[in-house]
Each structure stands twice: as C-alpha cells, then as structure tokens.
Ligand binder design. Structure first.
Ligand code: FES
Length: 186
C-alpha cells in the first residue's frame, strides 16, 4: 500500500519537475537526466526539513550526502519548495566548496595551494596533477576515477607541500611522486 502511494507520488513529483526544469520525461532514464529515485530523495529531504526555521543549509547538506552532488534540477526543486529563487540556491551551492554540482570521481584529491604549500612547490604539483589526470581543478577525470580540488590549508603547513587522496595525507610531495601516489587508487 505504502509502496503504491510512494510510486504514484513519485510520478506526480517527477512530472512536476519535468515541467519546472523542462526535461522531456522520455529522457529521464538516460545517464544525464535525473533518476526518479534521486528526485524522490530530494523531495523526502525537503519534507523532512520543512519544520526547521532555516532549512536551506540542512537540505543542501543532506542532498550532497545522499546523492553525492547537487545538480541544477535539484537546485530548482529546492528553490521551488523553499520559495527562494534559483539564483539564491545556485549562489550558495557555488560559494561553498563542500557542495558539488557534478558527480564526483571515485577518489577525491585535495591539493593545498595555501601560502606555505604554494611557495614550496605547490604550483609544480598542480601542473603535474593536471597533466597526469588531464583535468583542471574542480573537474573529474573522464573515467570517473579522480576529482581534483584545490584547498587553502590542510592544517599541516610545516610539512608542505601537502595533498590528500580520500583523506589520506601526503606530505612533502614532489611532482615525481604523483604517479606512484595515484597508482594506489583504482
Ligand atoms: S598551507 Fe598547505 S597545509 Fe597549510
């Protein structure tokens, strides 16, 4: 019974999104379009946070955690239900680097470009990573293996330059080590 309600509600929610975002329903199941289960997840998150005084950040954190990113269609849905403009939501998502608008790779590289790391070779490491991965900061490799992010300080400046992969910290990195480091992450 509950499943039937959820299913019919899911369809209703999906149709509404289709109208709002302008996505033909026939295209939804393609890999670039929102999956119905993700639409339903966003709707559930919105409903569970509606009683809060300022629900926006809670909703965005929950969507980021559960879907892995906050795509434009989700931003439009959040804007509609919280009665905010799309540009307000988009501004918040773009401002904080812990929110992502695209799917992330299986592994996340964070390269520190804070002052201590930068002056001790951080730029050379960034150039090596860009060459090895063929991406710019903020992008994901074509095979979905790595996402590259720039951060301003990882809190261990005495061991600069520093980078992390999935939270593993690599200290005193030099460009020659990059290949070996990446090799450990399949
Ligand atoms: S500046 Fe890189 S760890 Fe602090």
């Amino acid at each position: 019974m509950q499943q039937a309600v959820l299913q019919s509600r899911n369809i209703r929610v999906s149709k509404s999104i289709s109208e709002d975002v302008g996505i033909p329903e026939a295209d939804w199941e393609s890999h670039e379009m929102p999956k119905k289960k993700d639409i339903f997840t966003v709707q559930r998150i919105l409903e569970s946070n509606m009683g809060r005084k300022s629900p926006l950040m809670h909703v965005l954190h929950d969507v980021q955690r559960e879907i892995g990113f906050i795509p434009p269609w989700a931003q439009k849905l959040i804007a509609r239900d919280l009665k905010l403009s799309f540009s307000e939501i988009h501004g918040v998502v773009s401002f904080y680097n812990f929110f992502s608008q695209r799917p992330k790779g299986r592994h996340t590289i964070q390269l520190c470009q804070g002052t201590a790391c930068y002056v001790r070779g951080g730029k050379l490491i960034m150039n090596q990573l860009k060459r090895s991965l063929d991406v710019k900061p903020g992008e994901t490799t074509k095979d979905g293996r790595f996402s590259l992010e720039i951060v301003r300080c990882l809190g261990c400046c005495g061991l600069a330059p520093v980078m992390t992969v999935d939270g593993d910290v690599y200290r005193k990195v030099n460009p020659e080590r990059i290949g070996d480091i990446l090799e450990d992450y399949r």
